[in-house]
Design a protein around this ligand. Structure first.
Ligand code: MG
Length: 250
């Protein structure tokens, strides 16, 4: 069931989204060679708690941490660990959210540890840009397929793989709501976009083949071919005035 939010509810979701975005920014600034993914997770946890929020990934479906932190060929759902040390040249995807006053925010970005290769930078830049191509299509009267195909076309034209198995989603009183927001599809197809819909758009893009595999930890998703992956996400409200990125900071 897709819930349409009032302007007041969208402002409440925005509060959760701003806290989510601040926590993500702080976590991203901590990405440096020698830092563990556990330390980054703690920074996000402390910030969200200190500002009156709840880390909404923590314990969701049994996930044990505040943030999913996925390095290099890990696409999503990496589990923070004291043993996992970030190294020079790594690309580090951080996905996290906060719940505030009953509403959720969700966002993700891929950060560079020190100096990264030109190929890694191009992958990250393309994935970030594809998110904005999708957001441009988050227009009332359009369709989910308009968003999905905009992301897909932008990435595939540049030779990248678009992960199929995981998608964006509605965001509201629950972190994951209807509708599903895939990163591949056909313009003009799928769910009609209406004012008051709040969705997370989150391209998961690979430098090589799009095939993925899950590790035996039950969480971490990697590329099958070992190629690099990047992940960017914003929570976006569809309004009569156009898309509003709720996880955008000042
Ligand atoms: Mg999400």
């Amino acid at each position: 069931m897709i819930v349409l939010r009032t302007a007041r509810e969208i402002e409440l979701i925005r509060k959760a989204c701003i806290l989510s975005a601040e926590a993500l920014q702080l976590a991203g600034e901590a990405v440096k060679p020698g830092v563990t993914t556990y330390e980054i997770d703690q920074i996000a946890y402390d910030y969200i708690k200190k500002h009156g929020g709840e880390p909404n990934f923590l314990h969701l479906y049994g996930f044990p941490a505040t943030a999913c932190i996925s390095i290099n060929d890990e696409v999503i759902h990496g589990i923070p660990s004291k043993k996992r040390v970030i190294r020079e040249g790594d690309i580090v995807s951080i996905d996290l959210g906060a719940k505030v006053d009953g509403y959720n925010g969700d966002n993700a970005a891929t950060f560079a540890a020190g100096t990264i290769s030109a190929a890694a930078k191009r992958l990250c830049d393309t994935t970030r840009e594809s998110l904005y191509k999708g957001i441009e299509q988050a227009i009332a009267g359009g369709r989910i397929g308009d968003i999905a195909s905009a992301v897909q076309r932008y990435c595939e034209e540049r030779g990248y793989g678009v992960v199929r198995e995981y998608t964006g989603h509605g965001v509201g009183a629950k972190l994951h709501e209807d509708p599903s927001v895939p990163n591949f599809g056909t313009p003009g197809r799928g769910v009609r976009l209406l004012p008051g819909m709040v969705i997370a758009i989150e391209p998961m893009i690979t430098a090589g083949d799009k095939a993925i595999r899950q590790l035996s930890d039950g969480w971490t998703v990697k590329t099958k071919d070992g190629s690099l992956a990047a992940h960017f996400e914003h929570t976006v409200a569809i309004t009569a005035q156009g898309p509003q990125i709720l996880t955008q900071l000042g």
